[in-house]
Design a protein around this ligand. Structure first.
Ligand SMILES: [Zn+2]
Length: 84
């Protein structure tokens, strides 16, 4: 269970460790800078509320060095579709 009463203060954030790019980390490099990018979900016309194919952008964070998106940043049940 999550404790709903815990509040994160700015100081807590400053004291927390930076997330680093897992791909750069694997390659012995270091990157803790990310940029906001989007993955686009194509919703089939069968599922779409208006009966037309839809494109739904989902914001994720990509490493500025290599463009990798950490698995942690992807929506649940996503693997790493941006790799490769
Ligand atoms: Zn990287």
């Amino acid at each position: 269970m999550l404790n709903q009463n815990v509040k994160v203060t700015p100081q807590d954030i400053i004291n927390s460790k930076n997330v680093v790019c897992e791909k750069c980390d694997q390659e012995g490099k270091f990157s803790d800078k990310f940029q906001n990018v989007f993955i686009i979900k194509k919703i089939s016309s069968l599922l779409s509320p208006n009966g037309k194919e839809m494109h739904v952008p989902i914001p994720v964070f990509a490493c500025v060095e290599c463009g990798h998106v950490n698995a942690d940043f992807l929506p649940d049940s996503q693997q790493s579709p941006l790799d490769g």
